[in-house]
Ligand binder design. Structure first.
Ligand code: HEC
Ligand code: HEC
Ligand code: HEC
Ligand code: HEC
Ligand code: HEC
Length: 364
């Protein structure tokens, strides 16, 4: 398996400061205003799309497009209204500048938010572009491309062959939690390092699986067909065998609160497909767990204490009680139980049933 994760992770931190494409891992916005001709540098995705309609169409329905406006991120920003979050979910300087004055208004929307009148949100049309064309492609007035030369282009092009590889995804999909005084840093997301371990020769890379034929939809866990296909659930004697397949990193990967659970119900319970949990008992969970640790400064810091997510092609056996008539279901969680309790987004946005069934299990 090569270098251990923590060593690879350390190497990645060293690399972050010098990301060749200017992604900061949330430390700052992506500057767009260094063009020789001046100006704000802002260019909406629709403006690029006038001449690149195919990429615009694919990107339009993508999570990158919805990175700022989707319910789950909005709930996250209300709970933790930090510039850090905006630096990645609406990452260019003109977008961040639009959102920063609104952060107190976001904070005031939290269920236990600051008391008093809620400040009005300003319009955020630029932020609504999420991770748009300019965030990935536009640098110093030139358009980043993996090549080849495009002499017909009406705009300057900077050719960087490594832009056509995982290097173009790394600094946004591998980053540290925000710096807090005297707390050790940990990886908030580590998809790139997980990929390095799962696919040591680098083939396939992120683009082979997520951007086939240049497809800018770049789907992942919000593509239900892709998600369901990534987890094989097989009833076997004594329980269920779960295998992550066709993934190039852990399952779940990405956001820190993603999880997969195996649940059982006896008798009265909400239907297996329901987003509700009444009558269901959680038997097993693959995900990350955190605890609050008091730092030397007296403040509480979140620290990872366990990581039980699946690795590709390494089956895990989950025993089930031997009771005919018992129902089971396997669910994917986009957020943590505390997210559900805050009620900032509909329940259906947080959790999804991947498969379900009923005992008896096959016998030997
Ligand atoms: C360095 C970039 C970066 C920073 C900084 C960052 N995120 Fe994210 N965030 C991502 C990426 C990449 C994903 C996609 C991974 C995934 O889908 O699980 C993501 C996914 C999410 C999701 C899940 C969205 C969905 O559609 O399911 C939420 C919620 C979220 N982030 C909230 C936050 C909040 C709140 C902060 C600030 C505390 C933050 N993020 C900071 C990159 C970032
Ligand atoms: C998340 C980053 C990201 C976003 C957002 C993005 N691109 Fe790309 N784009 C890439 C990468 C990486 C490549 C290189 C793929 C390759 O050459 O194999 C690329 C390639 C291209 C190409 C070359 C042809 C092709 O499809 O491979 C065009 C044209 C293009 N992008 C236009 C756009 C436009 C227009 C938008 C906005 C609607 C956009 N891109 C949004 C990352 C992005
Ligand atoms: C006025 C029309 C126009 C606009 C606006 C425009 N482009 Fe282009 N772009 C072109 C043309 C024409 C080419 C050359 C296409 C070719 O040679 O096949 C090109 C080439 C490219 C390439 C090189 C890959 C390729 O297709 O050959 C990328 C990447 C790209 N554009 C991205 C963008 C992005 C991102 C934006 C917005 C910031 C943008 N373009 C705005 C017309 C435009
Ligand atoms: C500028 C930062 C940035 C870059 C660069 C970037 N991403 Fe993302 N990506 C994000 C954010 C933020 C999200 C979370 C969107 C959301 O809130 O759902 C995300 C989400 C995703 C998802 C999850 C989609 C889903 O359906 O859940 C995939 C897959 C993905 N990115 C692939 C890529 C690939 C492949 C590349 C490299 C070509 C890349 N990203 C480059 C910021 C980035
Ligand atoms: C062998 C194919 C493969 C490779 C290589 C691969 N992925 Fe994935 N990825 C998947 C599949 C399948 C899913 C859907 C299941 C899941 O959520 O893990 C996925 C999901 C994701 C998600 C969504 C996670 C979430 O919580 O919503 C992100 C983000 C992502 N991949 C980013 C990347 C990045 C960045 C790379 C490269 C460093 C990469 N992937 C390499 C197949 C792959």
């Amino acid at each position: 398996m090569g270098l251990p994760l923590y060593l690879r992770a350390w190497l990645t931190t060293a690399g972050l400061a010098a990301d060749p494409f200017g992604f900061s891992g949330g430390l700052g916005p992506i500057p767009l205003d260094q063009r020789p001709e001046g100006g704000t540098g802002w260019m909406a995705s629709a403006d690029c799309g006038d001449c690149h309609p195919a990429q615009l169409r694919q990107w339009n329905d993508s999570r990158h497009h919805r990175a700022f406006t989707n319910d789950l991120f909005q709930a996250g920003l209300i709970a933790e209204p930090m510039a850090f979050c905006v630096n990645c979910h609406a990452p260019t300087a003109p977008q961040v500048a639009e959102v920063l004055p609104n952060l107190p208004a976001y904070a005031a929307l939290a269920p236990r938010g600051v008391p008093g009148p809620v400040p009005a949100l300003l319009p955020e049309p630029r932020a609504a572009d999420g991770v748009g064309c300019a965030a990935c492609h536009l640098r110093d007035g030139a358009v980043l491309s993996a090549g080849p030369e495009a002499p017909a282009a009406p705009h300057p092009i900077r050719i960087e062959p490594s832009f056509g590889t995982a290097a173009a995804c790394r600094a946004c999909h591998q980053f540290l939690a925000p710096d807090r005084p005297s707390a050790p840093r940990w990886w908030m997301q580590s998809t790139w390092a997980e990929w390095q371990i799962s696919v040591p020769d680098g083939d396939p890379d992120c683009l082979d699986c997520h951007m086939k034929g240049g497809d800018h939809a770049m789907t992942g866990a919000h593509d239900l067909e892709r998600l369901r296909g990534a987890l094989e659930v097989r009833p076997v004697p004594g329980g269920l065998r779960l295998t992550a397949q066709g993934v190039g990193h852990r399952l779940p990967t990405g956001d820190l609160f993603r999880a997969i659970t195996v649940e059982i119900a006896r008798g009265e319970a909400v239907p297996a497909a329901s987003a509700r949990a009444e009558g269901w008992e959680e038997l097993w969970r693959a995900g990350r767990r955190f605890s609050a640790v008091e730092g030397p400064d007296g403040a509480l810091h979140k620290q990872p204490i366990e990581d039980s997510r699946l690795w590709p092609d390494q089956p895990v056996f989950v025993p089930l009680p031997d009771q005919p008539g018992l129902s089971w279901r396997v669910r994917y969680h986009y957020g943590a139980p505390h997210d559900l309790l805050r009620g900032l987004a509909p329940l259906e946005a947080w959790v999804l049933t991947l498969s379900d069934g009923r005992l008896p299990l096959p016998s030997r």
